[in-house]
Design a protein around this ligand. Structure first.
Ligand SMILES: [Mn+2]
Length: 356
């Protein structure tokens, strides 16, 4: 495990120089921290004279529009490629850098790690059982973002970078700190200041944060004005309450899949809610349902009956329909299959034995 920025800079530069070519990958469902840090790393590799590629394998329709604009803008300049091209170009001397991720959970190339000779992880999230066994690992939970780490590497090596890189790195830090509100310390502010001094434009950060805010409003809209609650068991002491959320005013509104997961999470966290379903269109004619529950309802069984899947507390599905309210009705009818019988807490006494 690499201990500090200076050691990271030295190890990273050496690893890049010793490679035949460099690939950088962030987490699936990219954001400006993963993309911004990947672009700065791609820049660093080309600065060191190496061919570098950024792998983004997500379905383009599912990437937030403002971030998609950024990806499209830099696609040629910083060689943003799909996994297929990575598989063609990678060899046993290639270096793969994981930026803003350290595990296989949201990693598009998780099944192809053996394609490269060396893996280097740079992240600010904790490790878990799915953490990739990389050759070099720098993980610091005390740094706001992957973009802050890369900025400090560039600063530490006195490596010059242009205004575009500065703006992308600034935007990544701004996103992961909710505009410098969370997870910051003196170093974060110093780093951001340095980026502004080097020409970072705050506009990109503001645009991308606005997208985050719009998404926040869409999720809260589903929870606040779109939820209905139904009681499923008659028990007065402990009724089973289930929440169903969808956009009732404009049912055909298009959402990002993750927004249903967030809405369902918000609902299941309300006291007295035993299961929550959030649903809506992810593209015309395609409805996504996200389901969450506590112990008393098995949403896995319910979603299976609907034709989806998942486990008892976290499930979902994709459905082709123009009639979302009809689908909700069908779902409301199938919830009964997932209600768990109240457990018998008192053992009934054994039957009396008749004397022979
Ligand atoms: Mn991040």
């Amino acid at each position: 495990m690499i201990e500090n920025i200076k050691e990271l800079r030295e190890t990273l530069i050496e690893a890049i120089q010793n490679s035949s070519n460099v690939f950088i990958v962030g987490h699936e469902g990219p954001d400006i921290d993963s993309i911004g840090s990947a672009i700065a790393l791609s820049y660093l590799a080309s600065y060191l004279g190496k061919e570098a590629y950024i792998i983004v394998d997500d379905d383009e329709l599912k990437i937030e529009p403002r971030l998609k604009t950024v990806i499209d803008k830099y696609k040629e300049k910083y060689h943003i490629i799909k996994k297929k091209e990575f598989l063609e170009k990678a060899n046993k001397k290639s270096l793969l850098i994981l930026s803003d991720i350290n595990n296989t959970d949201r990693l598009s190339v998780a099944d192809s790690l053996g394609k490269v000779g060396s893996i280097f992880t740079i992240d600010h999230h904790g490790e878990n059982e799915l953490t990739v066994p990389a050759n070099h690992i720098f993980i610091s939970l005390n740094v706001s973002s992957a973009c802050e780490i890369i900025t400090r590497v560039l600063m530490n090596g006195k490596i010059p970078y242009d205004k575009e890189i500065a703006s992308l790195l600034y935007a990544g830090i701004a996103l992961d700190t909710k505009n410098f509100d969370l997870n910051t310390n003196g170093k974060t502010h110093d780093t951001a200041e340095k980026l502004l001094f080097n020409g970072a434009n705050k506009e990109l950060a503001e645009e991308l944060l606005k997208e985050e805010y719009d998404s926040y409003c869409r999720v809260k809209g589903l929870v606040i004005s779109g939820a209905v609650f139904k009681k499923y068991t008659e028990s007065v002491s402990a009724p089973t309450n289930v929440a169903f959320a969808l956009n009732r005013e404009r049912p055909k509104q298009i959402y990002y899949k993750e927004e249903f997961a967030k809405a369902a999470n918000d609902l299941i966290n309300l006291s007295g809610v035993n299961a929550a379903f959030a649903m809506g269109y992810v593209e015309p004619g395609i409805v996504h349902i996200s389901a969450r529950s506590g112990k008393r309802v098995d949403v896995g069984i319910i979603m299976e009956k609907m034709g989806g899947g998942g486990n008892s507390q976290l499930a979902g599905g994709k459905f082709q329909t123009e009639d979302i309210l009809g689908l909700e009705n069908e779902l409301m009818g199938k919830v009964k299959y997932g209600i768990r019988e109240e457990e018998e807490t008192i053992e009934s006494p054994p039957p009396m034995q008749k004397r022979p």
